[in-house]
Design a protein around this ligand. Structure first.
Ligand SMILES: [Ca+2]
Length: 166
């Protein structure tokens, strides 16, 4: 009995640490002060099915993948990441340079990111703090942009947006 309870405790702990965001789990973290209005915990998880997950580090990472259906969580740091067909890329904090070709989905996250997608990909901005002045979003001509405010509002805030058809 004791053993099975221990087992479940470890399972739950593993799930929590696996994808809940350091800022949510670690209230002592001071490096996230600039993200006060963001809630990355709600948007830093890979889809629960259909993707093989790759987790990078809190430091600047360079990662390239041509494998399809790969979900990459870049975490902190100024990352340079490319994912292939039907990829899912979560930039996390930091000024990231992101490429997703083959119809992928990108959640750039906080920081001044440069994002380029192709083949009817999707970029999702969940919070205005994820789209600071200087952010660059290119949709490849047929991209989909999910944004909490209008396109013109984004642009008036200093975000460069082009190449999206919807
Ligand atoms: Ca990183």
């Amino acid at each position: 009995m004791v053993q099975s309870r221990k087992f479940w405790g470890i399972m739950v702990l593993g799930v929590c640490l696996g994808c809940s965001g350091s800022s949510a789990e670690d209230p002592t973290g001071s490096s996230s002060s600039g993200l006060a209005s963001c809630n990355p915990a709600t948007e830093n998880c890979c889809p629960s099915t259909g993707f093989s997950e790759v987790v990078l580090t809190e430091n600047p990472d360079t990662f390239f993948s041509a494998t399809s259906n790969r979900c990459v969580r870049a975490l902190g740091g100024n990352d340079t990441v490319t994912v292939g067909p039907k990829g899912y890329l979560i930039g996390g904090p930091g000024d990231d340079t992101i490429n997703a070709w083959g119809g992928g989905t990108v959640i750039p996250g906080p920081g001044i990111d440069t994002v380029s997608i192709s083949s009817a990909g999707t970029v999702k901005i969940f919070d205005l703090c994820e789209a600071p002045r200087g952010e660059t979003l290119f949709g490849g001509g047929d991209g989909t942009l999910v944004t909490p405010v209008s396109l013109s509002n984004l642009q008036s805030r200093g975000v460069s947006v082009s190449g999206f058809s919807k």
